[in-house]
Design a protein around this ligand. Structure first.
Ligand SMILES: *Cc1c(COP(=O)(O)O)cnc(C)c1O
Length: 397
């Protein structure tokens, strides 16, 4: 069917093929062609496609109970919240269906904290240019990409963006009406940049000195993606509120926001809610996924293959200095910054049966299943190598 006949709202422009089946890091289209998946549904399929342990958990739960809504206690919520809070700064958790909802809840929690503290004037959310926090109306206001806002009416009050990494601009933006600072510890959509650990520690200091909260958007960087459960854990500092999603359900749509007891003090009965969030299917899968992610051997594997990938990416950069400006990111969330449009390289890789993503700032994005093996990463690197070499040959012909 041509695009003209499609009944899908045309906000995406995907290639023609349709994928039908997946196993581990491999995925097959409707013509039976096999691809190496190095984008994993944008950092979602942490255990690859159709991981048997999650298929079992999901189908068992599907035969029992799907939905009751949060008007009743839901099996698995208390258990999963206990696991999340056992392993990080947070004391309380709210389950959502998506990353955007987790962001929305995080922003509401921050403003409600100040209002509960007698400072309803503290509404300003400071974010960074180039950041991405989702597509709801609050999330596009919090995101540092003006294009997402265009045509959707006036900018909401209380959202400020400062240039990425500009400490002076950040200090200048802080005021008595600052509610929170929001940042992705490793930026996803904006260009896969990892925020230096000392910068995260500086933000904590500024927040404590000026009485505002820190919100981490770990929707993309979390769930083991960087080799720790949450990317900020490399820095030793902690936020007050954190939004998570993408990988936490291993492919099942779910997310959460979590907070310290103090930061969540305004979130009392009736002030927030969700129909589907934390449903029995999500909780069954979420618990099984988290148990697997939190096995020490699992994260050891991520660090080992991430280390291999780092070295291979540095090699690519050395071999293609005219095309590769920089390699970025952390763990298995990596970017190759190119001098040319990464979409062209992405399409050529797809022709070679390797799937990768792109990100802002001319970046080719790599976010494979966390279970990927070294020989599979080698196949990725060989394909990128070949495509970049062909690109150079073409350019000089
Ligand atoms: C994907 C993403 C979101 C939005 O999550 P959805 O599940 O698409 O709503 C928010 N923040 C970051 C950093 C993301 O990568």
């Amino acid at each position: 069917m041509s695009a003209a006949e499609s009944h899908i709202l045309p906000v995406y422009s995907p290639p023609e093929q349709i994928f039908e089946r997946g196993e581990g890091c491999w995925i097959w289209d409707d013509k039976g062609e096999k691809y190496l998946d190095c984008i994993a549904g944008i950092s979602v399929n942490a255990f690859g496609h159709a991981p048997p342990f999650l298929v079992k958990t999901l189908t068992e739960q599907a035969g029992k109970l799907w939905h009751t809504s949060n008007m009743f206690k839901i099996k698995g919520q208390e258990e999963l919240a206990a696991k999340y809070t056992r392993d990080c700064f947070a004391d309380v958790v709210f389950f959502t269906n998506s990353g955007t909802e987790a962001i929305e809840g995080s922003l509401k929690t921050a403003r409600k904290y100040h209002s509960a503290n007698g400072h309803p004037e503290r509404i300003d959310i400071i974010g960074f240019q180039g950041s991405f926090h989702g597509r709801s109306y609050a999330a596009i206001n919090a995101s540092g990409t003006p294009a997402y806002l265009e045509g959707f009416g006036p900018r909401l009050p209380g959202f400020i963006q400062v240039p990425y990494g500009d400490e002076a601009a950040l200090r200048a933006a802080i005021s008595p009406t600052t509610a929170a600072l929001i940042i992705e510890p490793v930026q996803g959509e904006g260009g896969v940049r990892a925020v230096p650990e000392e910068t995260l520690r500086l933000y904590r200091k500024l927040a404590d000195e000026n009485g505002f909260l820190i919100i981490f958007d770990e929707v993309q960087s979390g769930a083991g993606r960087t080799g720790k459960m949450w990317a900020h854990q490399w820095s030793g500092m902690t936020p007050d509120i954190m939004a998570v999603a993408k990988g936490v359900g291993g492919g099942f749509p779910m997310g959460a926001f979590m907070a310290t007891k103090e930061a969540a003090k305004g979130m009392v009965v009736g002030v927030h809610g969700t129909t589907f969030g934390g449903n029995p299917l999500a909780m069954a899968v979420g618990n099984a996924a988290y148990d697997e992610l939190s096995k020490p051997a699992f994260l050891e594997h991520v660090n080992k293959v991430a280390n291999y990938l780092s070295q291979a990416l540095e090699g690519l950069k050395d071999r293609h200095p005219q095309l590769v400006v920089d390699v970025r990111g952390k763990g298995l969330l990596r970017g190759i910054k190119l001098t040319i449009n990464p979409k062209e390289i992405q399409a050529k890789l797809r022709a070679r049966k390797v799937l990768v993503g792109v990100a802002g700032d001319n970046v080719l994005r790599i976010a494979p299943p966390l279970t990927i093996k070294e020989d599979e990463l080698r196949q990725l690197i060989d394909a990128v190598d070949a495509v970049l070499a062909a690109q150079m040959a073409e350019a000089s012909a």
